[in-house]
Write a protein that binds this ligand. Sequence first.
Ligand code: NAG
Ligand code: NAG
Ligand code: NAG
Ligand code: NAG
Length: 245
Amino acid sequence: MTSLLSFSFFLLFMFFLHCRKTSAQAPPASGPPNITAILEKGGQFTMFIRLLESTQQDDQINTQLNNTNQGLTVFAPADNAFSSLKSGTINSLSDQEKVRLVQFHVLPTLMTMSQFQTASNPLRTQAGNSDAGEYPLNVTTAGNQVNLTTGVDDATVANSVFSSANLAVYQVDKVLLPLDIFGTSASPAPAPSKPEKELPADTPKGSSADATKVDTSAAALSLNHRALTVVSLGVTIFAAVAFRP
Ligand SMILES: *[C@@H]1O[C@H](CO)[C@@H](O)[C@H](O)[C@H]1NC(C)=O
Ligand SMILES: *[C@@H]1O[C@H](CO)[C@@H](O)[C@H](O)[C@H]1NC(C)=O
Ligand SMILES: *[C@@H]1O[C@H](CO)[C@@H](O)[C@H](O)[C@H]1NC(C)=O
Ligand SMILES: *[C@@H]1O[C@H](CO)[C@@H](O)[C@H](O)[C@H]1NC(C)=O
């Protein structure tokens, strides 16, 4: 009897050890942050991810994150920001202009929400030397509200998607259109030349559904653990009762 009881407790003990180990593994692998993975998790940045990948700025950002002391800030336009652009706005750009467009969404320093309040204009972006008047991007704030203005369009910083010691990712409600590419606000977008192809304005493919799936299975997993605990306890109690001398 005593040996059976202690065997049951041993099983329970092993089970709890196992639980602790699996829950310790739960957070995603640390290491340098991966901008694509971060945006995929956000679930509504399909178009921006495609643009990052087609311009190889995803690799550029990940490499820079590995080497920077100052960190990076990324303004990520959500899919509806892209679909509200005049059709052809992105696809009529040259490859070089697409690179600059993406770089215009990246600051070579980490900026917290409160740091925007004291930032001096224009902000430095990765697109060009704003001190020399290239690719100016201005910030205006009122209370907690942070707006960005390019001279072509204005965007509002909607919320923080990710923040770590060297990376801040914010969702913005507009694609930031640099003055250097899109000219004066009187003629914001070049006439569409070809139908959208590389960046079709289709609905984002279930990235948010994927995120939900991950969450659900994690919940199911912890539910399984709980069920197993109950079963183990049941076995222990049954053994104690059934094999009473
Ligand atoms: C970053 O994440 C993306 C998407 O999850 C993945 O395809 C890519 O291999 C990752 N890159 C690195 C350097 O881990
Ligand atoms: C980051 O640095 C580590 C160690 O120096 C290296 O192994 C890894 O490949 C680098 N990752 C990227 C994306 O550059
Ligand atoms: C930011 O933009 C919104 C929408 O265009 C506007 O209502 C708000 O007044 C702006 N705030 C600042 C601080 O510029
Ligand atoms: C941005 O700020 C600079 C410095 O205050 C100013 O000279 C410039 O006109 C501003 N540009 C826009 C588009 O707001």
